[in-house]
Design a protein around this ligand. Structure first.
Ligand SMILES: NC(=O)c1ccc[n+]([C@@H]2O[C@H](COP(=O)([O-])OP(=O)(O)OC[C@H]3O[C@@H](n4cnc5c(N)ncnc54)[C@H](OP(=O)(O)O)[C@@H]3O)[C@@H](O)[C@H]2O)c1
Length: 356
């Protein structure tokens, strides 16, 4: 099968398109023919191997999993003998290891049947970004109807889901974004918009019961000025810089001493939340926002787009679906030096330029 292979950490130059063996299906596994995958900040972090502490989980010297990508949608191609809930032919979405490939395998609990109303591209966009937004607002933030919620970084992968989920929970939502995204965040339900190129939400008169900060461009003291006396600040990472770990730790420490709660961001992947998100889709409460689609051999360009920190919604890779690639990869370039599991030398470098 065609796949993106990453043998070491580094820039997008470490990503190679190649042909490898199809994954093996274990007794409790589901093999999915990938229709689409989506890219999030975590894919960029895994590619670079930074911050270094992440390598404790992903592999110290090189990635533990040679095929990147986690968020996926597709058709069930085969199931293990102990799989009960899903059948061959089901359209599904969820998480796996190795989503940037024609086939991906994972345990049955990591997939849920796809809402009929979503395209495969939209369903692939749900994955980690929507789950993060759901868990931060529901579990960390404990958002209640009528509360004032501000989402900083409202137009990105997490933010576009967060705006819609907070609205579905009955909150009054203020979205912070740049001028070009004002209409977008209004269209997905924001009640109020702060254009950060003209106004700084930490310097205004308004205060909020909950601030979900996806950007980390203010100090915690500045951000807390915009919190109601018993409000909650959720510092989700801290932007795309290496400082995100330090910011998360500072937030955890602050939550012990400041009057306002500063809840750290946490994230776990579970089927129950995929079902919850599916129900929100089916109720018409959330619709994934797609920044753009890229062919599998354009994965490097897709990851570069995410790394800009200015994606509008989620960046998606189409795999088996018929779509003319934005850039045709040349076929005259040699394969990588020692590709593991590579069974076909027809390897091309990934497209360098983003779509027009
Ligand atoms: N995506 C995930 O699955 C995931 C999971 C866990 C944690 N996180 C963390 O969550 C954070 C956000 O991730 P993401 O995937 O949503 O990022 P993203 O898709 O790159 O989106 C970032 C958004 O932030 C906006 N932005 C940039 N500068 C801003 C500013 N000064 N004020 C307000 N908005 C600004 C951008 O809009 P403009 O173009 O208008 O500036 C862009 O739409 C990151 O720290 C990431 O590590 C992400």
């Amino acid at each position: 099968m065609r796949a993106i292979i990453q043998e070491k950490y580094g820039s997008t130059a470490v990503l190679q398109a190649g042909v490898i063996e199809k994954p093996v299906v274990g007794d409790t596994d589901v093999l999915v023919r990938v229709e689409a995958a989506s890219v999030h900040v975590g894919d960029w972090i895994l590619m670079t191997g930074r911050p270094y502490v992440m390598r404790m989980a992903t592999g110290i010297r090189k990635p533990r999993v040679a095929v990147p990508g986690t968020d996926v949608s597709g058709i069930v191609d085969a199931v293990g003998k102990d799989v009960r809930r899903l059948r061959t032919g089901d359209a599904v979405f969820g998480w796996c290891e190795g989503a940037f490939a024609e086939y991906a395998v994972a345990g049955e609990e990591q997939f849920v049947t796809k809402p009929a109303s979503l395209t495969f591209e939209q369903a692939a966009a749900v994955g980690v970004s929507a789950t993060t937004a759901l868990q931060l607002l529901r579990d960390n933030g404990k958002v209640e109807a009528g509360q004032k919620v501000l989402i900083n970084g409202a137009s990105g992968g997490v933010g576009t889901f967060a705006v819609q989920i907070a609205k579905a929970m009955g909150a009054e939502v203020t979205a912070v974004c740049s001028t070009k995204n004002v209409d977008l965040v209004r269209s997905i339900g924001a009640d109020h918009v702060v254009d950060y190129t003209r106004e700084d939400f930490t310097k205004g008169q308004n205060t909020y019961d909950l601030i979900l900060d996806n950007v980390g461009n203010h100090s915690m003291a500045q951000t807390r000025r915009a919190l109601a006396p018993t409000g909650t600040l959720i510092s989700n990472g801290g932007g795309h810089a290496d400082g995100k770990l330090g910011r998360t730790l500072r937030t955890m420490l602050a939550s012990m001493v400041v009057r306002q709660q500063a809840a750290p961001s946490v994230k776990t992947q579970n089927a129950a939340d995929l079902v919850a998100l599916k129900e929100l889709v089916e109720a018409g409460s959330i619709t994934p926002v797609i920044d753009g689609t890229y062919a599998l051999n354009e994965t490097a360009a897709a990851i570069r787009r995410v790394a800009t920190g200015h994606a509008r919604g989620t960046v998606v890779i189409t795999v088996n679906q018929q779509r003319k690639p934005v850039t045709e990869a040349p076929d005259s370039v040699p394969p990588p030096a020692r590709p593991p599991r590579l069974i076909d030398a027809a390897v091309a470098p990934l497209a360098a330029s983003p779509p027009a």
